[in-house]
Design a protein around this ligand. Structure first.
Ligand SMILES: Cc1cc2nc3c(=O)[nH]c(=O)nc-3n(C[C@H](O)[C@H](O)[C@H](O)COP(=O)(O)OP(=O)(O)OC[C@H]3O[C@@H](n4cnc5c(N)ncnc54)[C@H](O)[C@@H]3O)c2cc1C
Length: 517
């Protein structure tokens, strides 16, 4: 046990004062996709933020994930559209096949179905590095402190004290802020303190092996392909690198899912059982897919060609009735770990981040802001957690494998038109927001109602938006846009209306910048 130090970051008085205006300061525990998106969103809202992470260094870990258009919109509004475009693959379609490679059903993705923003298939680690670079660039090099593990928090009427352990020395240190956001992932320590006695993550009996290998592009070159059934064997593959695509190649991400018979009854794993970096063994996965030649994809070659195989049990946790209380809340996997299907883990974390910042920026107190954030996000995300446990699309894949185990010529001979239509509906309902609703809803960037001629110093601490917001707050309190609900169309010129003004100003951190109306 190290000694306790109370100097350092955020160890002064609870509130920072800028020109006599109180500035909320948020401590984010966890620098994953969720925590870093939160830092960028809070900063864009003018809220001072620091991020701590227990990892000794942040490295581009993981393999592929998909970012849905609703999350891409949010990251684009945070000014990261260009980085995403030059890094990820704009997904063209998602297609389901039987285990022989026969096409069951396909669904156009991203811009191909009318969203104003693409869906991206991207390396999770590269996405994290894009976010990290932006945080360090905008909030300052010291805004993300690694090797600093959240240990516990104590809340008072004046603020929240966060006890952290510095991994290098074992020293315990206290940080003080106005709010704490637990974005510390599946095994969140913040969640454990808020909700003591929770059982370990819940396992449905599916083990996933994952890998990445460079190869020839398949199908459209931008297809997410799902083959088989999650009741037995399922294989998912998609390209994740724009750089490889430019060379005429594909960096192919694959996930081999295996339902382990009888293991589902276990129901939960012990705490060490779900580690995103756990090494998998070729011998555990290859034999199960040895005869999977799909025609358009050589599955065994893909598995064998991966330089490294990762093993991860498909786990989640039961939804919580509340995430936090007072000045403390949860975000991303800490709040709602879900099965990594439907491309929702990272995407929902990004949406959490944006709504969190929006809510805090509009609130009179941190507790009020966090309560608004939770009431907005919790019901939506809890429903997604449950939907991911029993995707109707997966049920239909199972139906195909039962009715036509040896394959089929025409899917119409296997599934009725109504069953096929339900594929479509199920996918939309669990994974995608309505196209028109997403395209037209107001931005979640809390644009202040700025008064003409106001001059503020953009001091690099991210106080700008908060300050301006405080000065010019809409007394009526406009309702918060619901990321998933339809709203009246508000046409905006492509590429213009959603660049937040606060962000534009903050691109010039060393100058006094006039804020326009
Ligand atoms: C190393 C890693 C690899 C992953 N790979 C994939 C993948 O390939 N495909 C996929 O779909 N999903 C992957 N995920 C999960 C995916 O990133 C999340 O489901 C989703 O992006 C939501 O992210 P999050 O920020 O809420 O949580 P996470 O991405 O899990 O981030 C949590 C962060 O909190 C930090 N942390 C944990 N405990 C503490 C503590 N006590 N104090 C401070 N910090 C702490 C962790 O180091 C981590 O950086 C991975 C997660 C991790 C951590």
């Amino acid at each position: 046990m190290g000694s306790l130090i109370t100097s350092g970051w955020f160890s002064g008085p609870w509130f920072g004062l800028v020109s006599g205006v109180a500035v909320v300061r948020v401590i984010v525990a966890g620098a994953g996709i969720g925590g870093l998106s939160a830092a960028l969103s809070l900063h864009a809202a003018g809220i001072e933020t620091i991020v701590i992470d227990s990892a000794a260094a942040l490295r581009p870990l993981g393999v592929g994930i998909n970012l849905m258009p609703h999350a891409v919109r949010e990251l684009t509004e945070l000014g990261l559209g260009g980085e995403l475009e030059s890094t990820g693959i704009p997904t063209a379609e998602m297609v389901h096949f039987d285990r022989h490679g026969n096409r069951i059903w396909g669904f156009a993705s991203g811009r191909n179905i009318g969203y104003r923003w693409p869906q991206y298939s991207i390396h999770r680690g590269e996405l994290q590095m894009i976010l990290l670079a932006a945080v360090r660039d905008r909030l300052g090099a010291g805004a993300v402190r690694t090797a600093t593990a959240f240990v516990s928090f104590a809340e008072s009427s004046a603020g929240v004290t966060v006890r952290v352990r510095e991994r290098s020395s074992g020293t315990l240190r206290e940080l003080r802020g106005d709010a704490l956001v637990g974005a510390d992932g599946l095994d969140s320590r913040v969640r454990a303190q808020l909700h003591p006695g929770e059982p370990p993550p819940r396992w449905g009996g599916v083990m996933m092996w994952r890998g990445v290998m460079e190869g020839a592009p398949f199908l459209t070159g931008r297809t997410v392909a799902v083959a088989g059934t999650n009741a037995a064997l399922k294989f998912v593959a998609y390209p994740i690198s724009r750089q490889a695509e430019r060379r005429g190649r594909a960096l192919l991400n694959w996930v081999a899912e295996v339902k382990l018979p009888g293991r589902a009854a276990l129901g939960s794993l012990d705490r060490n059982g779900a580690d995103w970096n756990r090494e998998g063994r070729l011998g555990d996965v290859l034999p199960r897919f040895a005869d999977w030649e799909l025609g358009w994809l050589d599955v065994p070659a893909l598995i064998t060609g991966a330089p490294r195989i990762l093993e991860y049990p498909m786990v989640d946790r039961d939804p919580l009735p509340s995430w936090g209380a007072g000045r403390v809340t949860l975000l991303g996997d800490a709040a709602h770990p879900m099965y990594p299907i439907g491309a929702n883990g990272g995407s929902q974390a990004v949406l959490d981040a944006r709504v969190l910042a929006w809510s805090l920026a509009r609130a009179d107190t941190p507790a009020e802001g966090l309560a608004a954030y939770e009431s907005q996000r919790l019901p939506i995300v809890n429903a997604i957690v449950l939907a991911c446990r029993d995707m109707p699309a997966d049920r239909l894949l199972q139906t195909v494998s039962t009715r036509a185990p040896g394959g089929f010529e025409r899917i119409e001979d296997v599934l009725s038109a109504a069953e096929l239509a339900s594929f479509d509906q199920a996918y939309r309902a669990t994974t995608l927001p309505d196209v028109a609703a997403l395209n037209s809803r107001p931005s979640l960037t809390p644009l202040p109602a700025v008064g003409r001629g106001v001059r503020v110093a953009a001091d690099g601490l991210g106080v700008l938006g908060r300050l301006v917001h405080r000065l010019h707050r809409d007394p009526a309190g406009a309702p918060q846009p619901d990321p998933d609900a339809a709203v009246a169309p508000r046409a905006a010129p492509e590429g213009e209306a959603h660049v937040p003004r606060v962000l534009q100003v903050q691109r010039h951190p060393h100058r006094d910048v006039p804020v326009e109306q």
